[in-house]
Write a protein that binds this ligand. Sequence first.
Ligand code: SF4
Length: 352
Amino acid sequence: MQKWNDLADRVLNGDSISRSEAMEVVEADDDQLLPIMHAAFRVRSHHHGRRMRIHVLQNAKSGVCPEDCSFCSQSMEYEAEVNQYGMQQVEELVDNAKEAYDKGAVTYCIVTATRGPVPDEIDIICEATERIKDEYPMDICASLGLLEEGQAEQLAEAGVDRYNHNLETSSDYFEEIVSTHDWQDRVDTVKRAKNAGMEACCGGIVGMNEEKDDWVKLAFALRDIGVESVPINFLNPRPGTPMDEVDKLNPRECLKALAMFRLVHPEADVRVAGGREVVLGHMQPLSFYAANSFFTEGYLTTGGQGDSKDYTMIEQAGFEPVIVEEGPDRDLEGVDPAATDEDVTQTTCAAE
Ligand code: SF4
């Protein structure tokens, strides 16, 4: 449809879409899905070609979070059955970084389930980051919760490239899903990370019974902050959490949401994150027309379809995995080295 092409033209010319146009995208009929994905793809391909950035998550501290985010199985408030363990040590983080590197990851995302890091945890992340960056040419993203004064600077100095802290949803809806901290706390942490010199990875979750208007508000709030990376998760309701009976979104709604985030964030690293396999199902490859990155090898508490299927899907859909320069031990079976992009320095995190 010409209307969506005109929208893409305007974005490519450097204009922003309006909030009402963003609403039109997410509220469009399913008949409009392919023209909308085409418009998103024109913007995506202008900035990112057909490249897909692969990220691997490391859950460095699991299932012991005192916060009460109602979508999250790692909150100790709920009865969800997840692995519980304290902070991993440097050696383990470095060993797992090697595995991520061997799977073709450009970014290794270290995530802890916590309100915020204590000094010892910051020390572990800093030492692990220095060692990993010495040995493997990957970017490091840290996702450690709310940051106190000075902690962002420590991480940036150790070489952490990007800090993840999702706003999750709009400021209006946030209090429906979290009571132990507020939306502005999250904004403050993202700004603190940016001020320290790290890039901001900051997105949210769709499908928590919020309105589509909340998706648009989130997209524009992220644009106002100037985040470099926008991970979009689709709620995969976890047993034992207050959201365990929420109906999953249908994949067409998710794809329109991704397209809207792309049109609002033309240059950002838009990531199709948690819930990709279970919520998008057979429609997964269409998400690549809006998103330019994803996680392989599963999420923090849920599995994925595996890196082999992920790479096959990328190849069959005609996209190219981005890989960093090859190291001596790198085994990149299924990864096309022609897609190497050494200039890209991006990162990401936090998914279910
Ligand atoms: S989303 Fe993060 S802060 Fe909230 S309960 Fe889960 S681990 Fe804790």
